[in-house]
Design a protein around this ligand. Structure first.
Ligand code: GLP
Length: 243
């Protein structure tokens, strides 16, 4: 069941998304939060930081699990998702280091990927998973025709994703060809899911998603149709092809 909310702008989207996260946190101070990277959640994270600073919102009992990480770049590399999370969110909240989990992209990444879903389960699962959306409909780094039964695993990135993410790197050849990502099945295990997307580049994927009655392997986000509690917040541009 997808609950669709269309807002006017990226700012409205971030305000709404951050409110949903904060409300969850108010209900449960030991929230287990699934987090995403990319351009989309940046402003939402800024609203979380503002709220933490203004209202003393406490994250000391919160646990976070990130969706994915590139393979082959170090955690202190500016393009890694470890770096992104540290600088765009974690450094500004009072989370405990030991409660922060991100798939590894170097060293024993394969072993860590295999343990990742057990780690999530050991915290009683993710209460709220935040998701962005790839231009090709991917969630996390689950590309089209991925096996939906997979848990956290190694992914070969498609040309389309490498191109789309090249904007975060100096040159396209710097974009890693592989990543570790929570699988569709790991994502669907979350108790609740919040998908956010803005801008016209996401409009086609959004149109396809809302025209489907059941999941289509060509559109990984459509597996969300199998989940009972998904909120999708988009801006008018991402919704421009919806009738
Ligand atoms: C990346 C990430 C996803 C993210 C998506 C959208 O490939 N792995 O987790 O949701 O692309 O990114 P953006 O928000 O920058 O459009």
């Amino acid at each position: 069941m997808l609950n669709l909310i269309i807002v006017d702008s990226e700012v409205e989207l971030a305000k709404k998304a951050s409110k949903i996260i904060i409300n969850k946190l108010r209900q449960k101070n030991n929230l287990v939060l699934g987090l995403a990277t990319g351009q989309t959640p940046l402003l939402t994270y800024q609203y979380l930081i503002k709220d933490h600073q203004k209202n003393n919102r406490c994250y000391q009992n919160v646990t976070t699990f990130n969706l994915d990480e590139y393979i082959g770049i170090n955690e202190d590399n500016k393009c890694s998702y470890h770096y992104y999370m540290k600088h765009n969110l974690f450094d500004h909240l009072d989370l405990k280091k030991e409660n922060i989990f991100i798939p590894k992209g170097t060293n024993d990444y394969l072993q860590y990927a295999q343990e990742y879903d057990n780690l999530i389960a050991s915290k009683n699962g993710i209460d709220l998973q935040v998701l962005g959306l790839g231009v090709n409909g991917h969630i996390g780094f689950n590309e089209p025709y991925t096996n939906p039964k997979l848990k956290t695993h190694v992914v070969d990135l498609t040309e389309s994703t490498i191109k789309a993410n090249a904007r975060f790197f100096k040159k396209i050849s710097d974009v890693p060809k592989q990543a570790v990502s929570m699988g569709i099945s790991s994502i669907l295990n979350a108790k609740e899911i919040l998908l956010i997307a803005f801008g016209s580049t996401k409009a086609l994927a959004i149109k396809k998603l809302f025209n489907l009655l059941k999941p289509d392997p060509a559109l990984p986000c459509s597996y969300l149709l199998n989940h009972k509690k998904v909120t999708v917040i988009i801006d008018a541009k991402a919704g421009q092809l919806l009738k």
